[in-house]
Write a protein that binds this ligand. Sequence first.
Ligand code: GTP
Ligand code: MG
Length: 397
Amino acid sequence: MPSDAVNAQPESALTAAVLTPEGRGAVAVVGVCGPGATAACAKFFHPAGARPLAVTPHGQIRFGAWRNKSDETGGATAAEELVVCLRSVDDLEIHCHGGVAAAAAVCESLKSAGCRIVAADEWLAFREPDAVAREADLALAKVRTARAAGILLDQRAGALRNEVPAIEAALTAGDCASAASQLRILCDRGRLGLRLTEPFRVALAGRPNVGKSSLMNALVGHARALVFDEPGTTRDVVTSRAVFDGWAVELADTAGVRTTTSELEAAGIAAAVREHGRADLVLLLRDASEPAAAGDQELVERYPEALLVWNKIDRAAPTGLARLSGLEISALRGEGIDELIAAIVERLVSEVPPSGAAVPFTGRQLTILGDAAAHADQRDAGPASERLKHLFVAAVT
Ligand SMILES: Nc1nc2c(ncn2[C@@H]2O[C@H](COP(=O)(O)OP(=O)(O)OP(=O)(O)O)[C@@H](O)[C@H]2O)c(=O)[nH]1
Ligand SMILES: [Mg+2]
């Protein structure tokens, strides 16, 4: 969205937006405001009972039928039963069925009545002056877990805003070191903040046949990936979403890594390596029932940060295989899976912010805080303060 959109005054024009994410909930909400908003809705909305929409007390909901052709154009049309809330003069919310079609049909009707249809971020830009609150509203529409929603609701309620005066006071007092350290704490928390709306990426890596796909299935609780007793079964990257301890995670099962003459398998291995490279955490699987093989050590060296997992502990261990570190599991029998999940969570979220803590959650916020921290490190209190001012006033991007 252009940066000046925040200053636009669409209230002066009839405007509508779908305020809920596409196809996620049972109910979609369309906001309508501007001169003539009530009259525009009344063209299509036929409330149950005799009272016209315009005389509805503010804040009260009205049930009725929405006919997507106005009475003027006539013709028999399908009607959708929905609810309209007159929030204040010419400021309404239409609560229709969820999914894409119902909200699109409502917008289409309104457009035919001269209403400008805008995206939710543009709608928020002129209704909510606080940029962080706007970003929280947009983020809340994307969030998948109650835990993430709780952190975002804290930010919506001002957790991040309330943290800034102390930093500004330190800068004003010339205590740049204190300001910088407060800013760094926020930046550190931002790593988690960015994952409130996008899942953590966890990739499974290892040689062929060690049980990566079996582990994927054990972690998500259903047969997502094909398991077969033949090395080289998985070729493509197979992803699946899960929630571990309230954090959204996307697991990626990948092709087993080995030297191969097959072009197809090599393409799968290249895709696997790319996936490992962009993961927040790599689970490096080894087969605890097989002697060490060529390539094992190479993988350990390639992924020094990986969480080492020994699979197939239900089978007898070969003599001489040293399992110095790592977790022991049986993907087949489900042994050690809970402990593995706990270890994954610990690696992804090393420090859970206390309830009500400030947690930056967008790239824009983190850039500003990082810039301010860099200025504070240079003892440039003025530019640091100046940069911080943009946290709450900028446009949603
Ligand atoms: N005994 C035992 N067998 C297992 C375990 N995990 C997987 N297997 C078996 O090992 C074989 C290979 O399993 P997969 O999950 O397909 O292995 P993979 O690492 O995905 O293999 P590729 O896709 O070829 O790289 C299958 O026969 C599985 O049933 C385990 O914990 N114990
Ligand atoms: Mg596999």
